[in-house]
Design a protein. Structure first.
Lengths: 276, 290, 439
């Protein structure tokens, strides 16, 4: 019969093994793709761990006709502008929802919430036609508009969750002291909510960065973003895996960096305060 | 400025954006669904056809029902698997300490991968001739290397499921870890002191308190599963045949490959209904806590 | 109007020539208009990515010199070209003056692709300069929409180090395959591609069987005709290669065309029916483990008494939304001229870049000695293959109907009942065609 402490150590060891297996499953695909990005085309078809690496794939994806550099630029612009517009608007609304009681508030919040769950494919066709008539097809402006549609609900809900978590007392004290509501927002709430705003901003940035369907349908030459770049590697001869992998890395790396920055906070935002 | 006016002013821009960019296109989509809407003929969207496209979907198109079936099966399986696995991993990782904390940080990495990228990667890895998973599984289970993963309808479905579950586990695990962390230790310790075995503590003390978060997780995942497009598009493109054609993909195919925009809009609108049902439950859970 | 202009130009030039005694600028080659009437125009061209068109682009300064028209090429990889084309049709903005597309995408877009029969007649160009199947692929409902600049014929590629005489019928394919299984068990005899990934590739060989049996996809009224007795038998024999005779690579069920090509190039399959352009990659050490001594090609095998092959093309057309349609026609005339095509298939270097291309579509070039000499005689083999060949039906509903067929074939190869699947596909296809008003 195994003694109590030994048993606990066995259990702990078992858990560590399970965790390691889990994390391996999570990370191996990423590492494999990363490896493929450095292989020549003919090496890709052999399962080699050791091979002569080449940077040529990265050079090729930035050249014509793939032109990943332009797509990288487009993605950056679209995601940044979307966030810069979405966060202030969302913050204003979130503050109002949190601190005030509006007529029809519940309904408004639910509607905002509901649009978050509409599949993009339902609304992409009307957008396509509307943009055609407005001349917004294949423009960065058009992409910003659709990405706003996608991220706004997330932003409102996440920021509302953060503001809910800030105690009202400081604001009330300032109001009593004679500050106006706007001053209170600017001087007290914003600084305190700043980490939450940054988190929401980064979360929305990632969503806009990875957005696929709208970019696929609404762009064709000028405004193509990075994820669509992936689809470009289906050539007449077939898939160019090594190039796809290189493009994949270029897409992933910025997102990894940003995601690590917000790891602590986004969970709260997604569950909208259901998790305290 | 009075608070009374201010609060509406603060909310107005957000409501406007949501209205213009989500509510309006939804209405437009409904309008389109009642027109012939063929892109391959001039004078788009041609004439008004009422509910004919909906009738075509329900009565004459086995492919539509196939998509419904695929989507339903996919949603059910992925929600169940992801929730179960995420719960297990959350329990494993919740305890804290440097090792577990480090692993939690690593979990972020798969989350930042877009579904499209995951689709491409898994297609690469399940290729029967040079895929990593194919080779690995082939070594583990003799005969597995002979399986044509993406050509067999059943296997292809499971590959899509695996890819989706793989992509969502990190996120759901982190959410559940947060949920576990918010359960007061005292309730669990009290039960442990009373001599209850670990699994009983879990079942009778932890689980009930975790239920609200679990419910949120399940509903969220269900909604995202119903929406699945990017993954399917890049991984199997609906194939083989239409074995993995989710509703989103079916709408895309009919709209952009067959140029039947009217019909595609009708099917797209049919998708909205389960969304609304799920959203109602989601809102209930979230609001009841507030 | 143009005729008047021609006459005026001609007489004006004659007059100045008589005075200046300069060389005759009047006779520009390829029917191009003299006098640079479109000088200063810039044309936007939408094209697929391929070395063949790279080679054309690198030479188009010659065109600019002759006409003063500038060109802007936009190369889109094949995987995204169809969406781009659809978007262009919807946007109706005339962003591109000339567009390149896969022939089966022509019919849904035909309503905005310019019919050029009239222009061709004026300039004395006839579609007879192309093999019938290629010509047909650029036509829609009797009207010519463009020129098939890039078109392909099917060939049977095989390991000539393992097979002495290539099979001439599908029965021979089976017997060669079986003896290969005895003598070289670690190489699969035949790589086919039954997978259905939305590109209808598993129909390419099926059509060989269907047509040789005397059946067709649609009958004269446009109704599905593949489920008649001959059609069903032909389909069964096609599937039987995999399910009954088992001479195919086991993975053929999951192969799409590129996987089958990879299988051949990695030395895992000994025979592979595919497009002629695959040859250059098969002997390229960067992409294949095989050498020139190992790769042979022959015409497609016959089914029964006949070999009927499937041809595919990527034509160039003028967009009716373009604001420079006349200038675009000038460019199309130059782009499609046989001399340029010949140089593009024989000269391996242009402007410092290496271009390896064997695609020519003019009958004159397919049978030309120099072209064949530079490309191991593959053009001649293709020309023979094209003697009896056809294309997929050119109707807008083809993608949907084709997908139904492709799905049925994939299921049949996986072990389903061939007759039932094909009959069901015919019923559903009839419904689709009725709904779209074609039947």
């Amino acid at each position: 019969m195994i003694g109590g402490r030994a048993r606990r150590r066995l259990l702990e060891a078992g858990q560590v093994v399970a965790i390691l297996a889990f994390i391996a499953i999570m990370l191996v695909p990423i590492l494999w793709i990363a490896l493929a990005a450095f292989k020549r085309h003919v090496d890709v078809y052999q399962l080699k761990l050791v091979f002569t690496p080449t940077f040529e794939n990265f050079a090729r994806v930035f050249a014509e006709p793939y032109d990943l550099g332009t797509k990288l630029f487009n993605s950056t612009i679209v995601a940044t502008v979307t966030v810069l517009i979405a966060i202030p608007i969302a913050t204003a609304a979130a503050y109002a929802f949190s601190r005030f009681r509006l007529r029809g508030q519940t309904l408004l919040l639910v509607v905002i919430l509901a649009t978050q769950f509409v599949p993009a494919v339902v609304i992409v066709l009307p957008f396509f036609l509307m943009f055609r008539d407005l001349g917004l097809l294949d423009t960065l402006t058009g992409l910003v508009i659709v990405n706003l549609a996608i991220v706004m609900p997330f932003a409102v809900w996440m920021i509302k969750g953060f503001i809910d978590g800030i105690p009202v007392d400081t604001e009330e004290a300032a109001l009593v002291d004679g500050s106006s509501r706007l001053q209170v927002i600017r001087n007290i709430v914003l600084p305190m909510a700043a980490p939450g705003l940054v988190t929401a901003g980064i979360f929305c940035f990632i969503i806009a960065w990875n957005e696929f369907l709208f970019a696929l349908i609404l762009t064709s030459r000028e405004a193509v973003t990075l994820p669509i770049g992936l689809a470009l590697f289906k050539a007449e001869e077939g898939d160019l895996w090594n190039l796809m992998a290189a493009a994949g890395i270029i897409i992933m790396v910025p997102m990894f960096v940003l995601a690590l920055l917000i790891r602590r906070h986004f969970v709260q935002g997604m569950t909208m305060g259901a998790v305290r | 400025m009075r608070d009374r006016t201010l609060k509406y002013l603060l909310v107005a821009p957000a409501v406007f954006v949501v209205g213009a960019t989500a509510v309006w296109p939804l209405a437009e989509s409904l309008r389109l669904s009642m027109h012939a809407g063929r892109l391959s003929r001039p004078d788009f969207p041609q004439g008004f056809v009422g509910a004919e496209q909906y009738a075509w979907a329900f009565l004459e198109q086995p492919a539509f029902w196939n998509s419904v079936g695929v989507t339903a099966a996919f949603t059910f399986v992925t929600v169940a698997l992801t929730t179960l696995l995420a719960l297990c991993f959350a329990l494993l990782l919740a305890r804290g300490g440097r090792f577990r904390s480090g692993v939690q940080s690593l979990l972020i990495l798969p989350f930042a991968m877009s579904p499209a990228l995951i689709g491409v990667s898994f297609r690469f890895m399940f290729n029967p001739e040079f895929g990593l998973f194919d080779a690995f599984l082939g070594r583990l289970i003799p005969g597995a290397a002979d399986i044509n993963w993406l050509a067999d309808p059943t296997m292809a479905f499971w590959v899509v499921v695996i890819a989706d579950v793989w992509g969502w586990i990190p996120f759901l695990t982190l959410v559940l870890i947060g949920g576990l962390a918010s359960i007061p230790r005292e309730t669990q310790e009290a039960a442990e002191i009373d001599g209850a075995p670990a699994w009983k503590v879990f079942r009778d003390v932890t689980l009930p308190q975790l239920l609200p978060v679990l419910a949120v997780v399940i509903i969220l995942k269900a909604i995202f599963s119903l929406k699945t497009f990017d993954l399917v598009f890049m991984l199997t493109n609906g194939g083989p045949g239409d074995a993995t054609q989710t509703l989103s993909h079916y709408v895309y195919f009919n709209g952009f490959k067959y140029a039947e925009f009217g019909y595609a809009s009708a099917v797209a609108w049919l998708m909205v209904i389960p969304m609304m049902v799920l959203t109602y439950f989601y809102a209930r859970f979230v609001f009841d806590r507030a | 109007m143009r005729r008047i202009r021609h006459v005026l130009l001609a007489s004006g030039l004659c007059a100045s020539l008589a005075g200046a005694g300069a060389a005759t600028a009047e006779d520009l080659p390829y029917g191009l208009q003299a006098g640079k009437p479109f000088d200063g125009t810039t044309l936007n061209i939408l094209s697929v990515v391929t070395p063949q068109f790279d080679g054309l682009k690198l030479r188009d300064e010659e065109f600019t010199e002759l006409t003063g028209i500038d060109t802007e090429w936009t190369f889109i990889p094949f995987g995204s070209l169809q969406e781009k084309l659809t978007a262009e049709g919807v946007a109706a903005s005339g962003q591109y003056d000339l567009v390149n597309y896969l022939d089966s995408w022509g019919p849904p877009n035909a309503h905005w692709l310019k019919s050029i029969d009239g222009l061709m007649a004026e300039d004395g160009i006839s579609m007879d300069r192309y093999p019938p199947a290629f010509a047909k692929s650029a036509q829609y409902e009797g009207e010519t929409k463009g020129f098939p600049l890039r078109a392909h014929a099917q060939l049977m590629f095989y390991r000539k180090d393992l097979i002495d005489t290539p099979p001439t019928t599908w029965d021979e394919v089976v017997s060669v395959g079986k003896s290969l299984q005895e003598s070289n068990p670690d190489i699969a005899p035949l790589a086919l591609y039954f997978n259905n990934d939305g590109n209808r590739q598993n129909l390419f060989i099926w059509l060989n069987f269907l047509w040789a049996a005397g059946a067709d996809v649609f009958d004269e009224e446009g109704r599905p005709a593949w489920a008649g007795e001959e059609g069903l038998k032909a389909t069964e024999d096609y599937i039987a290669l995999h399910t009954v005779h088992e001479v195919t690579n086991e993975a053929s069920l999951s192969f799409v065309e590129q996987d089958a090509r990879q299988s051949f190039m990695q030395g895992k399959s000994a025979m592979m029916p595919v497009w002629w352009w695959a040859y250059s990659s098969m002997i390229n050490p960067e992409q294949s483990t095989l050498t020139e001594e190992q790769v042979g090609f022959a015409g497609m095998p016959a089914y029964g008494n006949e070999a009927v092959t499937y041809a595919i093309s990527m034509p160039f057309s003028i967009s009716t939304y373009s604001k420079n349609q006349d200038a675009a026609w000038e460019f199309l005339k130059w782009l499609s001229n046989p001399d340029l095509e010949k140089r593009n298939a024989t000269e391996r270097e242009v402007g410092g870049e290496t271009i390896i291309n064997n695609v020519v579509t003019h009958v004159a070039n397919l049978t030309d000695e120099d072209v064949n000499a530079a490309n191991a005689g593959i053009q001649r083999a293709a020309y023979d293959s094209l003697a009896n060949s056809d294309i997929m039906p050119q109707i807008p509903e083809w993608p949907e109907v084709g997908d139904l067929l492709s799905s049925a074939i994939a299921e049949a190869a996986a072990g389903g009942d061939v007759r039932e699947l094909m009959t069901r596909a015919a019923e559903q296809a009839t419904k689709v065609l009725k709904r779209s008003g074609r039947l």
